[in-house]
Ligand binder design. Structure first.
Ligand code: SF4
Length: 372
């Protein structure tokens, strides 16, 4: 059956009976989340951006810290970028933080520091797509607007028994149209949150959905027909590209070297350890060091354990070496005090080596145990 794309009226009729059971369930089961304790457009916006590609539990401490340090749109618009990225350090997808600030500046100039209570105006702000615009409009302003993300797509396609590809734009748009009709006459905020909550806690993304305690199981095609393993249908993703790198931890007089990434592309403008393409053998590593103006001996190179980091479309497979050097080479690198607070943001792709850098610098570098 291809319900989601073929017959809108039937889809709407099939979903109307689930609205009140879902709202009643949500009222009794909503999780206590920091951004729900005090609902403002700014807090909803920041939480929604942080929650993109990131687990709720991981977001909570970041959200609390962010709100303490940047409690208003104006604070966000004015904060130095380095401080903003430091607040975001470890959350990943740093363009989200930069877009938040770009949007905050626009909101200050165009809307006197208040998020606009309008789906289309929200959609024009940097970093805000259809889902986020809908989520802010509904949750913060109670404007009927669908917020259809992966969680909501999974629930709706299971309820309808739809075999449409939930990754397809066409399917998402159709789901938005259907939900917009279904939510008429009830609180947009509660409706949107109820669908998200059910998708996050009952009709879960990984593992078996908890159909026996689902408030809408009686109306669910996938459950009633034993199709929860087959639905939702997702077109298979392209394989991620693999990139091999050799990372260098270079120590000089109680400092270690970081360099700034370019201002565009992946992890733009963040700080990283110097690295070279490929998994270098010691002799190749020494050659690379010489290109940077560093002379070293093979015996002085300390081999570090490998690390892997997965981005959406790329995987980094890293190996590494540590080396103590007597003089800083003439490179535009930042030398970070090994005992002080590091003030710049290093992306979590390098967190294993940052950890080693701190451990190695606090002990005897030549006898340090780097086993994990
Ligand atoms: Fe999801 Fe099961 Fe509920 Fe259907 S009955 S919406 S499959 S949890």
């Amino acid at each position: 059956m291809d319900l989601l794309s073929s017959c809108r009226e039937e889809n709407i009729a099939a979903l109307l009976p689930v609205v009140h059971p879902m709202l009643t369930w949500f009222e009794a089961n909503a999780r206590d989340l920091p951004w729900r304790r005090e609902v403002t457009p700014y807090r909803v916006w920041v939480s929604e951006i942080m929650l993109q590609q990131t687990r709720v539990e991981a977001v909570k401490p970041y959200f609390e810290r962010f709100m303490q340090q940047l409690p208003t749109v104006q604070h966000l618009a004015q904060v130095p970028e380095e401080q903003l990225l430091k607040l975001w350090e470890g959350l990943g997808y740093y363009s989200r933080a930069r877009n938040l600030q770009k949007a905050a500046k626009e909101i200050v100039v165009q809307y006197d520091g208040q998020l606009p209570p309008n789906f289309d105006a929200l959609l024009h702000l940097p970093g805000i797509g259809r889902y986020t615009a809908g989520a802010i409009a509904a949750q913060a302003f109670d404007i009927p607007a669908p917020a259809v993300d992966g969680n909501v797509m999974r629930v709706i396609s299971r309820l309808l028994g739809s075999c449409c590809d939930i990754m397809a734009q066409k399917t998402r748009r159709e789901a938005e149209e259907v939900l917009l009709q279904v939510m008429q006459g009830v609180s947009a905020s509660a409706f949107v949150q109820a669908w998200m909550e059910l998708g996050a806690t009952v009709c879960v993304p990984n593992g078996q959905p908890q159909c026996l305690c689902c408030p809408v199981g009686a109306w669910c095609c996938a459950y009633q027909q034993g199709l929860t393993n087959e639905i939702p249908v997702k077109a298979s993703k392209k394989a991620r590209k693999r990139e091999d790198k050799t990372v260098f931890l270079l120590f000089c007089q109680e400092q270690f070297a970081l360099r700034k990434r370019s201002d565009s592309g992946l992890l733009a403008g963040l700080w990283e350890f110097p690295w070279a393409e490929g998994h270098l053998q010691p002799a190749e590593a020494l050659w690379q060091l010489r290109q940077w103006g560093i002379e070293g001996e093979e015996q002085a190179l300390q081999v570090l354990p490998p690390a892997r980091h997965i981005f959406t479309h790329i995987e980094w497979h890293m190996t590494g070496y540590a080396l103590s050097i007597a003089h800083q080479p003439e490179q535009e690198w930042l030398w970070v005090d090994t005992h002080g607070q590091q003030e710049v943001a290093v992306p979590s792709a390098f967190s294993k080596y940052l950890h080693f850098a701190k451990r190695l610098s606090s002990g005897n570098k030549s006898h340090m145990d780097t086993s994990e």
